[in-house]
Design a protein around this ligand. Structure first.
Ligand code: GLC
Ligand code: CA
Length: 545
């Protein structure tokens, strides 16, 4: 099980209001106790922080905001003591406009070696004042920005699939390959266990950069362009990842590459994890299926079939730093918010308790599945999204680029509550945290939950311990049809029956020892599973269909 740390919001040890590497090191013991196998760190590299560190200006250094390379090494030593592996985020599609290579490209002439590291083009129209094609940025607005030449005249345009401060590299250029091979080795030499590869589907663009009339909005559940999108899923990507896999193999058999690849459909995603490519890919269709049981069941079946076919493990994920936390998404009856767009005080409000109850059920359903699971910091506390965030404090570029129409992803990035009675709930004891923490964090802080036998955290601990003990991650799945009604879903993993009840009525559980249920404080008839709950049962033989 891989636990995602979002460094800005994990723990602020030097009191400047922003999480840091020393803060991570100081709390890693809690993650080991929780039962985490590996941590994945979102970017902590040098960066102007225009996209919370996904705009990297130096790939081989730590941003002073987060500490130093020595802090990184100290963190590595602590993870080794605790038996935790470390995966770092690699951002190869684009860098920051402050990266030395992009600054050199701006200063150089069109068609120079410097410019060829990026995607510079002349504009369309008589005076070149129209962008080279019609592509849109994932964060809203055009995907091209025009430069100004040294003489003050308008110059060429450069491509940025994300913010204008994030120019895309040109992966047709071998010098870009060489640079990233150096970056891979730099971190592998420091002892990391692998990389989570940011927007792994976008590095290579179709020749000629043709116009595209589909949606380019990479952060919505309905908008992923299909096979034909010229900026996604191009065949040449696979050669890049094959070459990286060879580099990882030089460091031993246990280093991994995990793709953030928004490619549909699942059989196509499976191409990314063929034996000589990436080891894992995030399962966004699973995240987007949410609690829609029909789609959820199809996604699971299809994931296992497609990934089994290439010998790769399926992966499961419900929350990350780009989507509304699942404890909030599931707090709506009917359709909740669009995943990447956040919720504000003007929007319909979630029911926090309902959301947390269903989130526990959904996670318990997920953690019974065979394959790899990814958890996002704070979900073990059942944290909701931050909703009451004043506009002036919102930092996701999506907010500014859409004039506030899309609130963006700040809500799921609110700093963690560690200790109820300390300032800022123990996130840091200095400056105000970079995003405001909701008042409910007082009740949800880790210390309070750690001392309760029935808390969300207690449930996560039990789930992870049992998952490990029963080796569920390496099991297999068979649907248990008798409990798959319209609003309940059940499967067998070995002799463990996992049942999730989304009916409005309690569900009678079959005979068999109840190993765990998602509400630890359930009273009364133990054989009834209440609405919005999941149970794991050990059964002797296959139940009747
Ligand atoms: C990925 C990251 C997201 C970032 C984007 C651009 O989708 O998860 O946070 O904004 O890439 O790097
Ligand atoms: Ca700090």
């Amino acid at each position: 099980m891989i636990y995602q740390i979002y460094p800005r919001s994990f723990r602020d040890l030097n009191g400047d209001g922003i999480g840091d590497l020393a803060g991570i090191t100081s709390e890693l013991g809690h993650l080991a106790e929780l039962g985490v196998d590996a941590v994945w760190l979102s970017p902590f590299y040098r960066s102007p922080q225009r996209d919370a560190g996904y705009d990297v200006s130096d790939y081989c250094d730590v941003d002073p905001l987060f500490g130093t390379l020595a802090d990184f090494d100290a963190m590595m030593i602590r993870t080794q003591e605790l038996g935790l592996r470390v995966i770092v985020d690699l951002v190869p599609n684009h860098c920051s406009d402050q990266h030395a290579a992009f600054q050199a490209a701006l200063a150089a002439a069109p068609n120079s070696a410097e410019r060829s590291m990026f995607i510079f083009r002349d504009g369309r129209g008589e005076s070149g004042d129209l962008p080279p094609n019609n592509w849109e940025s994932h964060f809203g607005g055009p995907a091209w920005t025009r430069t100004t030449d040294a003489d003050g005249q308008p110059g060429q345009w450069y491509l940025h699939l994300f913010d204008s401060s994030q120019p895309d590299f040109d992966w047709d250029n071998p010098a870009v390959h060489a640079e990233f091979e150096r970056v891979l080795r730099f971190w592998l030499d420091r002892g990391i266990a692998g990389f989570r590869v940011d927007v792994a589907h976008a590095l290579v663009k179709a020749p000629g950069l043709p116009d595209w009339h589909g949606l380019a909005n990479g952060n919505s559940s309905e908008g992923y362009p299909g096979e034909e999108a010229p900026m996604f899923g191009q065949p040449a990507l696979h050669d890049i990842y094959r070459s990286w896999r060879l580099i990882l193999a030089e460091y031993g058999p246990d280093r991994i590459l995990c793709a953030e690849a928004n490619v549909d459909p699942l059989p196509r995603l499976a191409h990314w994890v063929r034996p000589d490519e990436m080891h894992q890919a995030f399962n966004f269709p699973y995240l987007h299926a949410g609690l829609d049981l029909g789609p959820l069941r199809s996604v699971i079946t299809e994931s296992l079939e497609s990934l089994d076919a290439v010998g790769a493990p399926s992966t499961w994920v419900l929350s990350n730093h780009d989507v509304v936390r699942h404890a909030t998404r599931f707090g709506y009856d009917g359709h909740g918010p669009r995943d990447g767009d956040g919720i504000g005080t003007e929007d319909p409000q979630p029911d926090e308790e309902l959301g947390r109850t269903r989130a526990a059920a959904a996670t318990m359903f997920m953690l019974g599945l065979p394959g790899g699971a990814y958890l996002y910091q704070g979900e073990e506390l059942g944290l909701p999204d931050g909703i009451d965030i004043p506009s002036a404090l919102r930092q996701d570029p999506t907010f500014a680029r859409t004039d506030g129409e899309r609130l963006g992803r700040d809500g799921c990035r609110v700093p963690l509550p560690w200790r109820a009675d300390q300032e800022h709930y123990g996130f840091g004891d200095g400056a105000t945290p970079w995003l405001p923490q909701p008042e409910s964090f007082a009740r949800l802080s880790r210390d309070l939950q750690a001392s309760s036998g029935t808390s969300h955290l207690a449930l996560y601990r039990s789930m992870l311990a049992l998952r490990r003990e029963l080796d569920l991650g390496r099991g297999s799945l068979q649907w248990a049809e008798a409990w798959c009604t319209g609003s309940s879903l059940a499967y067998l993993n070995g002799n463990v029956l996992v049942v999730m009840n989304l009916n409005h009525e309690p569900l009678e559980l079959p005979s068999g020892a109840i190993l765990l249920r998602s509400s630890l404080d359930v009273q009364g008839n133990q054989r009834l599973l209440s609405p919005g709950q999941t149970a794991w049962l050990q059964i002797a033989a296959k139940p009747a269909e």
